[in-house]
Each structure stands twice: as C-alpha cells, then as structure tokens.
Design a protein around this ligand. Structure first.
Ligand SMILES: Cc1ncc(COP(=O)(O)O)c(C=O)c1O
Ligand SMILES: NCC(=O)CCC(=O)O
Length: 430
C-alpha cells in the first residue's frame, strides 16, 4: 500500500493559498472520502510519479487531453522549438493556418474555425453565434452533459458539478437559467415535447454526440439524426460539443464516426496536445456572424497562441499515424474484458460502458444510457474502488461520472498490471 505522507502534508499548505486546495473542483477528493488529493510530481508516458515517489499507471489523461501520454518527445520538441521563436505574437501566424487546415480536413463540417483557449470558451461562443444567427434566445441541452462553466450551461450539468452536488450552480442569474431547457439524453419523446412547447424560442440544441460527462454513453440508433431533423424543421441550429470526443475515437470527430453533421462544433482538450486550447467552427454562413465579418463578438489575447498551435499540430501528427486508433481500441477491449471477468469472479455489482480507448465503470446493475442511471450508480462503492486503486498505483478521476482514457503509451503489460491491481482491490476491499 502506498504512503501518501507528503501529499497529505501539502493539503493544508495548498488550502491556505489556493481556494479549496485545487484549481478545478474536479480535482478534489471530496466525493471519495474527502482525503488529501495526491500531488503529482511528473508524468512520463503512461505513468505519473507523485511527490512521495509513488508510480501510477495513469488513466485520467488530464481529463482527456493527454492521449499521447505524458511528456511525449514530439510534443515536447514542438513546444521547445516554438518557445525559442517566441510564445505569443498577437499577430497571425502560418502555424494557425496549417493547424486550421488540419482540423478542417479531419472534420469537414468546420468550414471556418476559430481558436480559443478552453472548451468553455468554445461552447460559450457557439451559443452566442447561434443566438446571433437565429435571433432567438433559448438553448436546449441534455441532462448531465457538461459544457464548461459559462453561466448558460451550468444547468443540469454532469461531471464536476454533479460530483459536488451543484449541477445547477449558485450565481447563475435566474433569467439566464430560464433560457435553458433540459431533457434526458437518449429520450426522443421528451425532446420532441420540449421542441413543440418552446418552438421558435430555441436558438440551438447543444449536445455531446457521445457523452463523456456522466461516463461514456453512446447515443441510441437514430437519436442524433432525429435531433438534427427536428431541430432544423424548427429553425434551430445543432451544436455538437466535441471537446471530449474529437480525435478520441478516430482521427476526426464523433460526427465522422457516426456520420451526422451539426451546424456548429466546439472542440478542446486533445487538439491542444496538453496545452490550453479550444476551437469552434461550422457552416461558413453561420460563422460569418462573428467579428470582424459579422456582429457577434469573440476575441482573445491568447487565442491561437503559437505554443498551442505547435503542440496541437504535433499531437495530431502522432494521432494520424496508421494503426493508432486500432491499438487504442484493442487495449480498451483487453481492459474491458479483464474488468468484466473480475466483476464476475468477485460478484461485484458493476457494469461497463466502453467505446474504443475510453470506458466508465458504474457500480450499478443495469447498463447506463442516461444521466439518471449514472446518478443512481453507487458512489460509495465507487469511492472504495477509487481509494483501492490510488493506494496501489492506478490513477483515475475521483468521480463516478468520469471516464478512463487510454493513451498511445499504454501497453498490454500496463493493462495486465492494472487488472492485477483491480483484482487485489476487489478481493481485499470489497
Ligand atoms: C464536453 C465538454 N465540454 C466542455 C468542457 C469544458 O472545457 P474546459 O475545461 O477546457 O473549459 C469539457 C470539459 O471540461 C467537456 O468535457
Ligand atoms: N469531464 C469533465 C472535465 O473534464 C472537467 C475537468 C475540470 O473541470 O477540471
């Protein structure tokens, strides 16, 4: 069993300076026994090393961006090289043109794109554009989908807000929240009812095409196609939040994988290769609502910064190599199969949702298809599981609502080691 003495000693020091001791609430261990979060020292490939010198196999992947493992030499070199030429210009660069082309080639619905600095900004802007373009105010989102922390989307939010019991955040003006309609994911009847009730008030329907924020949940057959058809018939735009999904399951978006196209798309995480990034884009005529061409404003001192562009390009070049996503899928399958065997062997009440290199274990009987089911999964069992893992060398998110992410650096040996640790946890802690 690992000792976490130094991490524990750092807790008070951190809390005296950083509010709550963490720079994002998701990182607190509040939902898993309120212990001191493990303080990491360095990452290398599929591994993390903490301040106590413990090694972990990492499946957090920094909540998604780290798909090529920590400190990938090619990304490191790209950042170092760019840093020697200046890290921020506030002027156009060829890098951003090259990167824009790469993104557009991979996800053709992005006829025009803009780079920003976070997924939050990307989603927030797509909503503003949809409102500008349609002249309508309301948006419709799905329960438990998380779209960053701008006011409008902190309603029925999954992920961190759900984990900490604040899916509807304090501080969001009532008038703002009134412009958000929420319906359950994978429930077309409720969706149709909401559309026919609010009709021409709805500017856009915002959705994670494959959910990553109450675990990995795929849309049922025909769900996204119906959303497109019904929204468009209603004069509403469709926005895909692909901050988690883009370049996660294939070289492109979930929209390529599922063969459905939104009007606007928000991106983030993986496309920055681990640096701060967001991007949004979509149909040219809609994007032309944005300044300097149109009346909707969006800007940023750091937007399209050369470091993120260079790191993002390097990351996409790695992911573009043949066989990358097949390998992620094979490793994911090996991990899932092994976990399922152990769940059976130790008679654990749990179920797994997996798509290629991403999976979620829910401590519940039934397979999870919407937020209510994810919410109903057993948080105490999850906490036991999380603590068993972190005390033995596996790092996952401290929340039952997040996913495990594989990287190009994980190996079959890592999966075998992981399964041996899970077995030890099930045998001794459950
Ligand atoms: C689907 C989705 N959208 C938006 C965001 C917000 O991105 P960021 O944390 O970069 O602001 C996240 C994750 O945090 C996300 O998972
Ligand atoms: N899936 C949810 C996140 O990635 C959130 C990360 C954060 O806000 O720290």
């Amino acid at each position: 069993m690992y000792s976490h003495k130094k991490s524990e000693a750092l807790r008070a020091e951190a809390e005296n300076v950083i509010l709550g001791g963490v720079n994002s609430p998701s990182r607190s261990y509040k939902a898993v026994g309120d212990r001191a979060p493990v303080v990491m020292d360095r990452g290398e490939g599929a591994y993390f090393y903490d301040v106590d010198g413990n090694r972990y196999i990492d499946y957090l992947g920094a909540y998604g961006p780290i798909i090529t493992g920590h400190a990938h030499p090619r990304i490191h070199e790209a950042i170092a090289e760019q840093s020697s030429k200046g890290i921020l210009y506030g002027a156009p660069t060829t890098l951003e043109i090259d990167f824009g082309k790469k993104i557009k080639e991979a996800i053709p619905s992005l006829e025009r794109v803009r780079f920003v600095n976070s997924g939050t900004e990307a989603v927030m802007t797509t909503i503003r554009i949809a409102r500008a373009y349609t002249g309508r105010n309301k948006i419709l989102k799905f329960e438990g989908c998380y779209h960053g922390h701008s006011d409008l989307v902190l309603v029925a939010a999954g992920s961190g807000p759900a984990q900490l019991g604040t899916p509807d955040s304090a501080g969001v003006p009532k008038g703002v929240a009134e412009d958000v309609i929420t319906v359950p994911f994978n429930n077309l009847d409720d969706f149709k009812t909401a559309i026919s009730h609010f009709k021409d008030e709805i500017a856009a329907v915002l959705v994670e095409p494959i959910v990553g924020n109450f675990g990995i949940v795929e849309p049922e057959d025909g769900f996204l196609e119906a959303i497109n058809e019904i929204s468009h018939d209603n004069g509403s735009l469709v926005i895909y939040d692909e901050v988690i999904t883009a370049f996660r399951f294939m070289f492109g978006g979930a929209q390529n994988l599922l063969d459905v196209e939104p009007d606007l798309t928000a991106l983030g995480k993986i496309i920055g290769g681990g640096t701060p990034i967001g991007a949004y884009g979509g149909r040219k005529d809609i994007m032309e609502s944005v300044a300097p061409l149109g009346p909707a404003y969006q800007a940023g001192t750091m937007a399209g910064n050369p470091l993120s562009m260079a790191a993002g390009l390097a990351c996409l070049e790695i992911l573009e190599q043949p066989g990358v996503y097949e390998t992620l899928d094979n490793l994911g399958e090996k991990l899932e199969d092994g976990l399922v065997d152990l769940i059976d062997k130790y008679d654990i009440t749990a179920t797994i949702n997996r798509l290629k290199g991403a999976l979620t274990i829910y401590f519940t009987e039934e397979s999870v298809t919407d937020y209510t089911m994810a919410e109903a999964s057993d948080g105490e069992e999850f906490a036991k599981f999380f603590n068993g893992l972190i005390n033995r060398g596996i790092n996952i998110a401290p929340s039952k609502y997040e996913a495990w992410f594989l990287t190009t650096e994980h190996t079959e040996a890592d999966i075998e080691e992981t399964l041996a640790i899970v077995e030890d946890v099930f045998k001794n802690d459950f």
